[in-house]
Design a protein. Sequence first.
Length: 282
Amino acid sequence: MLLTESEQAGVTLKTHCHISQVDFDGGYQLQTSLGEIKAASLVVASGGLSVPTLGGSAFGYQLAEQFGHSLVPLRAALVPFTFTDGFKLLSETLSGVSVRARVHVGNQEFLENILFTHRGLSGPAVLQISSYWREGKEVVIDLLPEKNCTEFLAEQKQQQPKAMLRTVLSQLLPRKLVLALESLWWAEQAEKPLAELPDLLLADIADNIHRWRLKPSGTEGYRTAEVTLGGVDTATVSSKTMESHKQPGLYFVGEVLDVTGHLGGFNFQWAWASGVAAGQVA
Ligand SMILES: Cc1cc2nc3c(=O)[nH]c(=O)nc-3n(C[C@H](O)[C@H](O)[C@H](O)COP(=O)(O)OP(=O)(O)OC[C@H]3O[C@@H](n4cnc5c(N)ncnc54)[C@H](O)[C@@H]3O)c2cc1C
């Protein structure tokens, strides 16, 4: 990669990139590692900050600011959570275990798989909710989203009074996860059969299973994030052509704009669709 530097209108653009740019009357002049290019219009499709080893770069954001565009604050999204509290040890033990769960942050929720990792939590439901999470917020996980656990445990107590709680819960959840939950929520009663466990305790455990509250310390950041939230403010770009309202002939497409989709191909779709829209007029 080349280190290039250019000055334009008092702004210094310094980045390890192939392209630097200055504008000239009626068009753009690019200084690239392959030489100088002049063009009537310039389409910025340089993506976001996600995964620098795959080409993630701040180039498009710097260029946008150089031409007077404001940026909606950037943050890593569609990204696994990390933990520094007691949950870190638990997630290490459970690394590789995956369950279908409903994950909430505030009013937002996703029902998909979660995956315990040696750093914390990942899996589609966690990646999705990470786009809505902010530092200091709790994540609430329902480990049995399609079952009423309170009713299930009450039935099991009637039908199998001599069974252990871990045995009946293992019908619904991976045994490794049940053993980890046992160490958290009923360690002192772990060796008692269901008949000896008070209804109140069973109701509390069911409640914890439906509302497991965790506080991530952060995310894995741009190193593994699939997208970058924020970017060039869409209010300053035509929604039909993607042309800048501030600079004629300058276009922004794809992830460099403040447009972020859920998992499922929506980010690719946006990149392609906005690219086509700009390509028809640029
Ligand atoms: C690991 C991973 C998995 C993903 N999975 C999905 C998925 O399943 N579905 C989905 O919809 N989205 C997915 N995404 C997101 C999707 O890849 C992006 O939203 C989309 O590619 C953005 O397209 P873009 O054209 O705006 O930018 P990009 O595809 O990022 O392309 C930008 C290009 O510009 C180049 N560039 C940057 N700066 C410079 C410079 N200064 N000089 C020269 N070149 C430069 C970069 O190297 C890169 O090649 C994933 C992303 C990652 C990282």
